[in-house]
Design a protein around this ligand. Structure first.
Ligand SMILES: Nc1ncnc2c1ncn2[C@@H]1O[C@H](COP(=O)(O)OP(=O)(O)OP(=O)(O)O)[C@@H](O)[C@H]1O
Ligand SMILES: [Mg+2]
Length: 324
Protein backbone atom coordinates (compact mmCIF):
# COMPACT_ATOMS: atom_id res chain seq x y z
CA UNK A 1 0.00 0.00 0.00
CA UNK A 2 1.35 3.47 -0.82
CA UNK A 3 2.49 5.48 2.21
CA UNK A 4 1.60 8.81 0.70
CA UNK A 5 -1.20 9.63 -1.71
CA UNK A 6 -1.80 13.00 -3.34
CA UNK A 7 -4.99 13.25 -5.29
CA UNK A 8 -5.64 16.15 -7.70
CA UNK A 9 -4.32 18.69 -5.21
CA UNK A 10 -4.84 22.37 -6.09
CA UNK A 11 -3.85 25.20 -3.75
CA UNK A 12 -4.30 28.96 -3.88
CA UNK A 13 -3.40 32.12 -2.02
CA UNK A 14 -6.04 34.77 -1.45
CA UNK A 15 -4.33 38.14 -1.34
CA UNK A 16 -5.49 41.10 0.71
CA UNK A 17 -6.84 42.60 -2.48
CA UNK A 18 -9.01 39.56 -3.10
CA UNK A 19 -6.80 38.24 -5.87
CA UNK A 20 -6.56 34.47 -6.23
CA UNK A 21 -3.08 33.12 -6.96
CA UNK A 22 -3.35 29.53 -8.19
CA UNK A 23 0.07 28.42 -6.94
CA UNK A 24 -0.50 24.65 -7.33
CA UNK A 25 -2.81 22.98 -9.88
CA UNK A 26 -3.95 19.38 -10.07
CA UNK A 27 -0.94 17.61 -8.57
CA UNK A 28 -1.36 13.84 -8.16
CA UNK A 29 1.16 11.18 -7.18
CA UNK A 30 1.64 8.31 -4.78
CA UNK A 31 4.74 7.22 -2.95
CA UNK A 32 5.75 3.83 -1.67
CA UNK A 33 8.03 3.15 1.30
CA UNK A 34 11.64 3.59 0.27
CA UNK A 35 10.97 5.95 -2.62
CA UNK A 36 12.91 9.16 -3.11
CA UNK A 37 10.99 11.59 -5.28
CA UNK A 38 12.76 14.67 -6.58
CA UNK A 39 10.72 17.73 -7.51
CA UNK A 40 12.38 20.42 -9.60
CA UNK A 41 11.24 23.61 -11.24
CA UNK A 42 12.25 27.25 -11.48
CA UNK A 43 11.71 29.81 -8.74
CA UNK A 44 8.06 30.67 -8.10
CA UNK A 45 6.62 27.53 -9.75
CA UNK A 46 4.93 26.47 -6.50
CA UNK A 47 7.34 24.02 -4.87
CA UNK A 48 7.24 25.42 -1.34
CA UNK A 49 3.48 25.96 -1.56
CA UNK A 50 3.10 22.31 -2.54
CA UNK A 51 5.18 21.29 0.50
CA UNK A 52 2.78 23.10 2.85
CA UNK A 53 -0.14 21.43 1.12
CA UNK A 54 1.50 18.01 1.37
CA UNK A 55 1.71 18.43 5.14
CA UNK A 56 -1.86 19.70 5.37
CA UNK A 57 -0.59 22.99 6.75
CA UNK A 58 -3.03 25.61 5.54
CA UNK A 59 -2.25 28.90 7.15
CA UNK A 60 -3.93 31.95 5.56
CA UNK A 61 -3.52 33.27 2.94
CA UNK A 62 -2.93 29.68 1.69
CA UNK A 63 -6.07 27.61 1.07
CA UNK A 64 -6.79 24.22 -0.48
CA UNK A 65 -8.79 24.66 -3.68
CA UNK A 66 -9.55 20.95 -4.12
CA UNK A 67 -8.04 17.50 -3.84
CA UNK A 68 -6.77 15.31 -1.03
CA UNK A 69 -3.53 14.25 0.68
CA UNK A 70 -3.41 10.97 2.63
CA UNK A 71 -0.67 9.59 4.83
CA UNK A 72 -1.07 5.89 5.59
CA UNK A 73 -4.63 6.15 4.24
CA UNK A 74 -5.53 9.04 6.56
CA UNK A 75 -6.54 12.38 5.02
CA UNK A 76 -4.68 15.50 6.14
CA UNK A 77 -7.29 17.88 4.76
CA UNK A 78 -9.79 19.70 6.96
CA UNK A 79 -7.58 19.31 10.04
CA UNK A 80 -6.47 22.22 12.19
CA UNK A 81 -2.82 23.33 12.11
CA UNK A 82 -2.68 22.44 15.85
CA UNK A 83 -3.86 18.89 15.18
CA UNK A 84 -1.39 18.50 12.27
CA UNK A 85 1.50 19.83 14.39
CA UNK A 86 0.72 17.52 17.28
CA UNK A 87 -0.20 14.31 15.46
CA UNK A 88 1.41 14.37 12.04
CA UNK A 89 4.53 16.51 11.90
CA UNK A 90 7.85 15.00 13.05
CA UNK A 91 6.25 11.59 13.53
CA UNK A 92 4.59 10.79 10.22
CA UNK A 93 5.85 13.53 7.91
CA UNK A 94 8.69 15.85 8.72
CA UNK A 95 9.89 18.87 6.83
CA UNK A 96 13.39 20.20 6.39
CA UNK A 97 12.53 23.79 5.51
CA UNK A 98 14.01 26.14 2.96
CA UNK A 99 16.38 28.50 4.79
CA UNK A 100 17.42 26.99 8.11
CA UNK A 101 18.25 30.33 9.65
CA UNK A 102 14.64 31.48 9.59
CA UNK A 103 13.51 28.15 10.98
CA UNK A 104 15.50 28.60 14.18
CA UNK A 105 14.41 30.91 16.99
CA UNK A 106 17.41 33.28 17.37
CA UNK A 107 16.87 33.78 21.11
CA UNK A 108 17.05 30.09 22.10
CA UNK A 109 19.90 27.62 22.23
CA UNK A 110 19.80 24.65 19.84
CA UNK A 111 18.96 22.23 22.69
CA UNK A 112 16.06 24.44 23.81
CA UNK A 113 14.78 24.84 20.25
CA UNK A 114 14.78 21.05 19.92
CA UNK A 115 12.88 20.71 23.19
CA UNK A 116 10.28 23.31 22.06
CA UNK A 117 9.76 21.68 18.67
CA UNK A 118 9.55 18.11 19.92
CA UNK A 119 7.28 19.07 22.83
CA UNK A 120 4.85 20.75 20.41
CA UNK A 121 4.85 17.63 18.25
CA UNK A 122 4.32 15.12 21.03
CA UNK A 123 1.91 17.08 23.20
CA UNK A 124 4.60 17.44 25.89
CA UNK A 125 4.93 13.69 26.45
CA UNK A 126 8.69 13.64 25.99
CA UNK A 127 10.83 15.18 28.72
CA UNK A 128 13.42 17.83 27.94
CA UNK A 129 16.13 15.54 29.27
CA UNK A 130 15.06 12.73 26.96
CA UNK A 131 15.00 15.04 23.96
CA UNK A 132 18.46 16.36 24.75
CA UNK A 133 19.86 12.86 25.18
CA UNK A 134 18.39 11.74 21.85
CA UNK A 135 19.71 14.81 20.08
CA UNK A 136 23.15 14.29 21.62
CA UNK A 137 23.17 10.71 20.33
CA UNK A 138 22.14 11.85 16.83
CA UNK A 139 24.65 14.68 16.62
CA UNK A 140 27.41 12.29 17.75
CA UNK A 141 26.33 9.83 15.09
CA UNK A 142 26.82 12.48 12.44
CA UNK A 143 30.20 13.57 13.72
CA UNK A 144 29.08 16.98 14.89
CA UNK A 145 30.77 18.98 17.62
CA UNK A 146 27.82 18.02 19.79
CA UNK A 147 28.31 19.90 23.06
CA UNK A 148 29.23 23.18 21.40
CA UNK A 149 26.35 23.00 18.92
CA UNK A 150 23.74 22.02 21.53
CA UNK A 151 24.69 24.92 23.76
CA UNK A 152 25.00 27.52 21.02
CA UNK A 153 22.55 30.15 19.82
CA UNK A 154 21.88 29.90 16.05
CA UNK A 155 23.98 33.00 15.34
CA UNK A 156 27.05 31.32 16.87
CA UNK A 157 26.93 28.47 14.36
CA UNK A 158 28.05 28.22 10.75
CA UNK A 159 25.38 27.93 8.05
CA UNK A 160 26.20 24.24 7.67
CA UNK A 161 25.90 23.58 11.41
CA UNK A 162 22.56 25.37 11.50
CA UNK A 163 21.20 23.37 8.59
CA UNK A 164 22.45 20.11 10.08
CA UNK A 165 20.88 21.06 13.44
CA UNK A 166 17.55 21.67 11.69
CA UNK A 167 17.83 18.29 9.95
CA UNK A 168 18.75 16.61 13.25
CA UNK A 169 15.79 18.15 15.04
CA UNK A 170 13.26 17.50 12.28
CA UNK A 171 14.20 13.82 12.02
CA UNK A 172 14.60 13.17 15.76
CA UNK A 173 11.31 11.28 16.05
CA UNK A 174 12.11 8.99 13.09
CA UNK A 175 9.37 10.23 10.77
CA UNK A 176 7.91 7.86 8.17
CA UNK A 177 8.81 10.33 5.49
CA UNK A 178 10.75 13.55 5.09
CA UNK A 179 10.10 16.48 2.79
CA UNK A 180 13.26 18.49 2.19
CA UNK A 181 12.59 21.90 0.59
CA UNK A 182 15.82 23.05 -1.05
CA UNK A 183 17.90 21.90 1.94
CA UNK A 184 21.14 23.08 0.36
CA UNK A 185 20.18 26.35 -1.28
CA UNK A 186 22.08 29.36 0.09
CA UNK A 187 24.98 27.14 1.19
CA UNK A 188 28.41 27.10 -0.40
CA UNK A 189 29.44 24.02 -2.36
CA UNK A 190 31.52 22.42 0.41
CA UNK A 191 28.76 22.89 2.98
CA UNK A 192 26.19 21.56 0.49
CA UNK A 193 28.19 18.34 0.32
CA UNK A 194 28.25 18.00 4.12
CA UNK A 195 24.49 18.50 4.31
CA UNK A 196 23.80 16.03 1.49
CA UNK A 197 26.12 13.53 3.20
CA UNK A 198 24.06 13.85 6.38
CA UNK A 199 20.83 13.21 4.45
CA UNK A 200 22.38 10.14 2.82
CA UNK A 201 23.61 8.93 6.21
CA UNK A 202 20.11 9.26 7.65
CA UNK A 203 18.76 7.21 4.75
CA UNK A 204 21.52 4.59 5.00
CA UNK A 205 21.05 4.23 8.74
CA UNK A 206 17.33 3.69 8.15
CA UNK A 207 16.29 6.69 10.27
CA UNK A 208 13.85 7.38 7.47
CA UNK A 209 13.58 5.79 4.05
CA UNK A 210 11.02 7.79 2.10
CA UNK A 211 11.72 11.34 0.98
CA UNK A 212 10.59 14.16 -1.26
CA UNK A 213 13.60 16.22 -2.22
CA UNK A 214 12.93 19.63 -3.71
CA UNK A 215 15.55 21.61 -5.53
CA UNK A 216 16.15 23.68 -8.60
CA UNK A 217 19.51 22.00 -9.00
CA UNK A 218 18.84 19.13 -11.34
CA UNK A 219 22.35 17.72 -11.32
CA UNK A 220 21.91 17.08 -7.60
CA UNK A 221 18.62 15.24 -8.12
CA UNK A 222 20.27 12.95 -10.60
CA UNK A 223 22.32 11.51 -7.75
CA UNK A 224 19.63 11.47 -5.10
CA UNK A 225 16.21 10.59 -6.53
CA UNK A 226 14.60 7.40 -7.88
CA UNK A 227 11.80 9.34 -9.53
CA UNK A 228 11.63 12.95 -10.66
CA UNK A 229 8.72 15.33 -11.20
CA UNK A 230 9.21 18.57 -13.10
CA UNK A 231 6.98 21.46 -12.08
CA UNK A 232 6.06 24.43 -14.24
CA UNK A 233 3.69 27.26 -13.26
CA UNK A 234 2.04 25.18 -10.52
CA UNK A 235 1.64 21.96 -12.49
CA UNK A 236 3.57 18.72 -12.83
CA UNK A 237 4.54 18.68 -16.52
CA UNK A 238 6.56 15.46 -16.47
CA UNK A 239 7.03 12.64 -13.98
CA UNK A 240 9.05 9.51 -14.50
CA UNK A 241 12.10 7.66 -13.34
CA UNK A 242 15.35 9.50 -12.85
CA UNK A 243 16.73 7.96 -16.07
CA UNK A 244 13.68 8.88 -18.14
CA UNK A 245 13.45 12.48 -17.04
CA UNK A 246 17.15 13.30 -17.02
CA UNK A 247 18.40 11.38 -20.05
CA UNK A 248 15.31 11.13 -22.26
CA UNK A 249 12.97 14.02 -21.37
CA UNK A 250 9.78 14.25 -23.44
CA UNK A 251 8.10 17.50 -22.34
CA UNK A 252 9.50 20.53 -24.23
CA UNK A 253 10.03 22.35 -20.90
CA UNK A 254 11.98 19.44 -19.40
CA UNK A 255 13.99 19.23 -22.61
CA UNK A 256 14.81 22.93 -22.44
CA UNK A 257 15.65 22.63 -18.74
CA UNK A 258 17.96 19.68 -19.30
CA UNK A 259 19.56 21.46 -22.25
CA UNK A 260 20.32 24.41 -20.02
CA UNK A 261 21.58 22.32 -17.12
CA UNK A 262 23.49 19.35 -18.39
CA UNK A 263 27.14 20.01 -18.81
CA UNK A 264 29.14 18.17 -21.42
CA UNK A 265 30.22 14.63 -20.63
CA UNK A 266 33.99 14.26 -20.14
CA UNK A 267 35.86 14.08 -23.42
CA UNK A 268 33.13 15.82 -25.39
CA UNK A 269 33.17 19.31 -26.80
CA UNK A 270 31.43 21.56 -24.31
CA UNK A 271 27.88 22.49 -25.14
CA UNK A 272 26.70 26.04 -24.83
CA UNK A 273 23.96 26.24 -22.18
CA UNK A 274 20.57 26.98 -23.71
CA UNK A 275 18.51 29.56 -21.90
CA UNK A 276 14.74 29.51 -22.04
CA UNK A 277 13.41 32.77 -23.44
CA UNK A 278 10.55 34.56 -21.68
CA UNK A 279 8.95 34.03 -18.27
CA UNK A 280 6.26 31.73 -16.85
CA UNK A 281 2.66 33.03 -16.86
CA UNK A 282 1.29 34.90 -13.85
CA UNK A 283 -0.33 32.49 -11.43
CA UNK A 284 -3.03 35.11 -10.85
CA UNK A 285 -4.26 34.52 -14.40
CA UNK A 286 -3.24 31.13 -15.72
CA UNK A 287 -3.86 30.48 -19.43
CA UNK A 288 -6.53 27.92 -20.35
CA UNK A 289 -4.22 25.78 -22.49
CA UNK A 290 -0.61 24.80 -22.06
CA UNK A 291 1.14 27.07 -19.56
CA UNK A 292 4.46 26.67 -21.34
CA UNK A 293 3.08 27.37 -24.84
CA UNK A 294 4.24 31.01 -24.95
CA UNK A 295 7.87 29.89 -24.48
CA UNK A 296 7.73 26.53 -26.19
CA UNK A 297 9.95 26.17 -29.26
CA UNK A 298 7.64 23.53 -30.78
CA UNK A 299 4.23 24.94 -29.79
CA UNK A 300 1.40 24.52 -32.29
CA UNK A 301 -1.49 26.87 -33.00
CA UNK A 302 -3.94 25.24 -30.57
CA UNK A 303 -1.55 24.70 -27.64
CA UNK A 304 -2.48 28.00 -25.97
CA UNK A 305 -6.16 27.13 -25.86
CA UNK A 306 -6.30 23.34 -25.65
CA UNK A 307 -6.35 21.86 -22.14
CA UNK A 308 -3.39 19.61 -21.45
CA UNK A 309 -3.71 16.59 -19.19
CA UNK A 310 -0.93 14.35 -17.95
CA UNK A 311 -0.77 11.29 -20.19
CA UNK A 312 1.57 8.36 -20.67
CA UNK A 313 4.33 8.98 -23.17
CA UNK A 314 7.20 6.50 -23.45
CA UNK A 315 6.46 5.01 -20.04
CA UNK A 316 6.19 8.24 -18.02
CA UNK A 317 3.64 11.02 -17.49
CA UNK A 318 3.84 14.10 -19.70
CA UNK A 319 1.51 17.12 -19.82
CA UNK A 320 1.80 17.89 -23.53
CA UNK A 321 -0.70 16.87 -26.20
CA UNK A 322 2.00 16.61 -28.85
CA UNK A 323 4.86 14.96 -26.97
CA UNK A 324 5.84 11.55 -28.27
N1 LIG B 1 1.83 34.44 0.99
C1 LIG B 1 1.65 34.52 -0.33
N2 LIG B 1 0.68 35.29 -0.85
C2 LIG B 1 0.47 35.36 -2.19
N3 LIG B 1 1.20 34.70 -3.10
C3 LIG B 1 2.20 33.92 -2.65
C4 LIG B 1 2.48 33.78 -1.24
N4 LIG B 1 3.54 32.94 -1.09
C5 LIG B 1 3.89 32.57 -2.35
N5 LIG B 1 3.10 33.15 -3.28
C6 LIG B 1 3.16 32.97 -4.75
O1 LIG B 1 2.94 31.61 -5.05
C7 LIG B 1 3.77 31.19 -6.12
C8 LIG B 1 4.56 29.97 -5.73
O2 LIG B 1 5.49 30.33 -4.71
P1 LIG B 1 6.45 29.26 -4.02
O3 LIG B 1 7.14 29.92 -2.90
O4 LIG B 1 5.65 28.04 -3.71
O5 LIG B 1 7.48 28.93 -5.21
P2 LIG B 1 8.82 28.06 -5.18
O6 LIG B 1 8.75 27.14 -6.36
O7 LIG B 1 8.99 27.43 -3.84
O8 LIG B 1 9.97 29.13 -5.45
P3 LIG B 1 11.51 29.16 -4.94
O9 LIG B 1 12.26 28.20 -5.83
O10 LIG B 1 11.91 30.56 -5.14
O11 LIG B 1 11.53 28.74 -3.50
C9 LIG B 1 4.64 32.40 -6.49
O12 LIG B 1 4.05 33.01 -7.60
C10 LIG B 1 4.55 33.28 -5.28
O13 LIG B 1 4.67 34.63 -5.64
MG1 LIG C 1 10.47 27.54 -2.41
Amino acid sequence: MPTFEVDHLSLHYLTRFGEKIQAVSDVSFTMEQGEILGIAGESGCGKSTLVNGLMGLFIPPLYPTSGDVRVGGESLMKRTPQDIRKNVLSQKVSMIPQGAFNALNPTRKIKDIAADVIASHTGGHTSKKDIEARLRERFDLFGMDTERVLNAFPIQLTAGERQRSVIGISTLLNPQMVIADEPTSALDVTTQKVVIRMIFDLLEKGIFNTMIFITHELPLLRHVANNIAIMYAGEFVEKGTNEQVVFDPRHPYTQALMGSMLSAEPGQKSRKPVSIEGAPPSLAKVPPGCRFAARCPVARADCKTQKQELRMVAGRLVRCNYAE
